[in-house]
Structures are given as C-alpha cells and as structure tokens.
Design a protein around this ligand. Sequence first.
Ligand code: GCW
Length: 669
Amino acid sequence: AEDGYDLWLRYRPLPAAQAPRVGAITVKGDSPMLQAAATELQRGLSGLSGTRVALAPTAVAGGIVVAGARDPAVTALKLPTAALGEEGYLVRAVRLSGIPVTLVTANSDRGLLYGSFALLRRLQTGSDVAETSAPKVRLRLLNHWDNLDGSVERGYAGQSLWDWWMLPDFADPRYTDYARANASIGINGTVLNNVNASADSLTAPYLAKAAALADVFRRYGIKVYLSVRFSAPVEIGGLKTADPLDPAVAAWWRAKTDEVYAAIPDFGGFLVKANSEGQPGPRDYQRSHADGANMLAAAIAPHKGLIMWRAFVYADDNPDDRAKQAYADFKPLDGKFAANVIVQVKNGAIDFQPREPFHPLFGAMPQTPLMMEFQITKEYLGMATHLAWLGPMFEETLRSDTLQKGKGSTVARVVDGSLHGHALTGMAGVANVGRDRDWAGSTFNQANWFAFGRFAWNPAADSDTVAGEWAAMTFGPDPALVDKIVGIMAGSREAVVDYTSPLGLTHQMATGHHYGPGPWVSDLKRPEWNPVYYARADRQGIGFDRTASGSNAIAQYAPAFARPLADPATTPARDLLWFHHVPWTHRMASGRTLWEELVTRYNAGVTTVAAMRRDWAALQPQIDADRFAKTATFLAVQEREARWWRDASIAYWMSVNGLPLPAGAAPPA
Ligand code: GCW
C-alpha cells in the first residue's frame, strides 16, 4: 500500500516509452557524499526503469557518469562549469572520451549530489535531462520547532523526528531518508530545536545527540544548527546574568561554542529568538538586539559559524500597532551587526497569516543581510487537514516589489543578496514534518516542504511549475493527471484566505490552537492577542487604519510603495482591510459594497473547496487507494470547516453591522 513515506522520491516504474534505459552508473570518486549519490542513482534508476541498474567503475555507452569538473575527461569538454559555483551542477548528454553518456558534473561533491537528484527529477517528470542550475541563496534551512520532550510546537504530523532518548547510540534509518528528501530539493542545513529553546540543548549529553544527527546528515550536505536560549549562561552555566556586555557572559559563550565545535566540527551556527513572546534577550539588560547578536557572533566567528537573529519581536512593550514593532526595533540597528550575523525576518509583519503584505524590513536595512522565514507548517492555514498549497504564497511574497531602490527591488532580490550586494543570504522554512508515516500529515503538505526547497534554491521560481514537478514525482508523470492536480493546488491557498480572512482581514482565528474561526474574541489579556484588535469592526465599518490617520505603519515602506496605500481606492482589494478602516458601504472596484464583497469572498472560498473536492473525486481511478482516500476525507473536512468559517464569520459581522445578508449573495447551502 502507498503510505506516502517515499515522498516525491517515489521511483515507481515509468511507462515503457518513458522508462530510462541506462547502461550503468559510474561515479568517479568515493567520498561519503558521492557514495550517497551513487546509492540514490542506483535506487532511483532501478525503480524508474523496473530493472536493476549496475554500478560500473568506468563509463559505459548509454550510461550515466558523475564526475567533478576537474576530472580530465570532463575538463576536455570545456563545459561552462565556472558559473556553477560551489553548489551548482550541470547535466548533459555528452561524449566522454568518445563514449556517449549522460554526464552529471559540478565543482564539488555537493554539486554532484544535487545534480544526481536533479537528473532523477528530470526523469521522474518526463523532462529532457539537460539542466544547468546553481542556487541563488546560500543558507537553505529548515527550522524545526521541536522540543526536547518530543513534542513539536505548531507541528501537525506527529511527534518530533528526533528520538532524543535513543540518541546518540541509535540513529533511526529515518534520519537518512529525511536527509535524502532535503538534499533532493537543495536544503543544506537544519535547525534541530525550537526557537522557544531549552537551555538543555547546549548541555554535553544533547550536544552528543546533535552530533550523531550531524553524522547522518553530513553526507547529504546538511549542516546542523541549534536554537539557543539567551539566558543559558544563567540556567546551565551558573552565572548570575546573561548580560551580553558582561565579560563573564561572553567568556561562557566562547567556551560553550568551542565545546559545540569539538562535538560537531562543521556545525552551522545559532538561531536566536530574543525578547519576543516572553523569551529572554539582551533587552532584559537594556542592551540592543545588535549587542546580543554581536556577542554571540564573536564567540562563533573563530569557527566560521553564523548567528541567525530573529526579527520576530513581539514584546510586552508593544506599541500602538503590533505590525510596526519589528521595524521599529531593527531598522535603527542597520549596519550595527557583525559580519557573521544575518537577521531572520518573517514574510509578513504579524505572524504567518494566510495572507500578509511583505514585511517592511525587506529592503529597509541595506547594510544588513536579511533572511526570509516562511512557515511551511500550516499553523493558520488549517494545520494538517486543509489543503493549502503554499507555492503561490511564497511566490507572491518573493515577487513583491519593495521599490526601495527603484522598480525591480523585489523581496527575492533582498533575499538573494543582489539588491544590496550581500554574499550572506538565506531562507528558512519552519518545518512541517514529524513521525507520521507520510511525514507531513497529508500528501499535499509534502508539496509545501518540496516548494520551500525549490524557492530557497531559486526565489524567482514559478509556483505552477514547482507544483507540476511535485505532482509528477508524487503521482506519476501523466500530463493530464498532473494538470488536474496542479489545478486543485493552484487556487487552494486563495480559498483559505477567502473563507478565513478575506480582503486583508487577518488574525481572525480561535485562541491558542489557531484552528477555526474566532472573530468575536475580545477578552484575552493582551490587546493584540484578540481578533477584534485586527478587524476593528463596528456598526459603521471594518479594518485596521494603517495610514497617517491611524498607526501610519505604511510609512515603514518605501515612499513609492506607501503612496498608493494611503488611499483605499489605490490599495489592492486583497489588502484593503489590512491598511484601511472603511465603511461597510464602501464601494469596491467590482461595483459591490464592501459588505457585499466580503460575503462574496467567503462564499468563493467555500465554492473553491467544493470544486477541489469534486476534482479530486474524479481522479479516483488514477490514484492509489490509500492516498486517494485520505485526501478525499480531508477535503470533506475542509469543505465542512470552510462553511463553518464562513457562516460563523458572516453571522458575527451581521451582529456588529446590523446589515442583512446581501441580496443575491446568499451562501449556498
Ligand atoms: O507564530 C507564532 C507561534 C508560536 C511561535 C512564534 C515564533 C515558536 O504561534 O508558536 O513560537 O510564532 O515564531 O516565535
């Protein structure tokens, strides 16, 4: 039975006409990484062709050769390998010393591994094998919000993959499959533990466990990183303070960092959540985020390690508008961070909502490397059950033009470093994987993991293309089937926006677990925990005024970007209520009133999910029984809950505005 364990590395026999006919696989070199490449190619090609493909010491006509660009036979071909950099690859049909082969070449073993996976992907998707590619972003990392007790914060796919109890002695074979999946999409690092970090993760026993994981991941080109708790010197170091400017604190971190590197020589670095949601940080000692980051940066610099400092600050001294806080805290620190610090910024200024305008920090800190943080796990988008393909969300954010250096100053160009000339670049995705057989809680959630890797490799990637690749690898390369699956995926995130928080509404979900509607919630301790804080609905109107007459958050964007946002008429409808408080009678470009439009959007969300469900049902003959049934069940849940969201939200708005349900917009039963 298909249980989804294989993810997109599914390698089932292709139809005869498409099946690869490979003489043999020749991998020149025997480093652990090249052995991993050889094993993967053999497994993949044997699976896809339906016959066992042999490994051969020398090139065979019609075979596959994996060889570095400095191999004399490869050098003789004068291929454009210089442009591949350290991690890129080239796959091409060539004559190698006269023998016709498919060549995978690169400047490093890691590039050869990526090229091997790329070749398999091309075969799985029925594409021509020729491909030249290099990543545009240097750090392509998963962030696990995994706790040491095995629970996963905002995880919906079972317990943590990391069996801390059995580590370091027993390395579950699953760790290897995790590494294979990540390497296949170019992910080159993983932060093992939750940003709400336990200081214990830095104690000797846990460092040994992390080292055992690093030993498994290394041959797949994946470095290990840890989240650290800023007050660790107090909690596990016996110091009285964690003040970053206290020499004893700095000395403690230096010694601790040396200990980390003694256990894991190629350790990547630390990720820090400080002074946010109750976490300790430098502000506890009247020091700045830069003081904190730079102290850690100095400790790790001798090892060439990195500090990823999160800009998701959300502290008790929250100003008039939560959306403004990160910019207010970090913008003044531009240029003050050490060279091995990168500031990690969420895609939007609130918190991973179904839709947010891009975070105003992107493009606003030219002297500071900024990395993107996306959430792959669907905390606010229906967790495991709802089908929400995040490709369009990644694409929408990355293609947004900040206008900070004129037209074309896209978020993608901030993230890839080209806008302000930074070599230190990165993208982090909050992982959605756990111990479920299918890793991600649902088949379609696997697609979001895949998409994250593809967009981190190339922030200019195209969502539909990525969806097509994933669908072909996951369900087989029949173009008609792939088209239908891509069709189901394409509108799914917009549907979630529509049935939960249309037209720029945000943070309307129920308290704590964040599942299901809660627009009426108003009694939580902190104002910005309450949905009513975001919608600001009353008898006259709805929406959060972020123009000059309100919080003026729009002033945090480049003037050219902010200008149209000052007026509801020139604000995109999708962001209207994010930036404006408007009367229920406000006339939309569609000709409808805002109230009519809102109801129309809620209905559209439900209608789309119903259509997704019908389209999936029609695919039953083409999909294996188990994966078909689970998705069908989840889509039924999603349709029921889309109606719940819509009906509860509309009923609540009616209790506020006193308006009848718009004529002609009655929700379908
Ligand atoms: O989205 C919120 C989550 C918290 C999370 C926090 C963060 C890890 O609800 O669970 O904590 O963001 O990103 O730090």
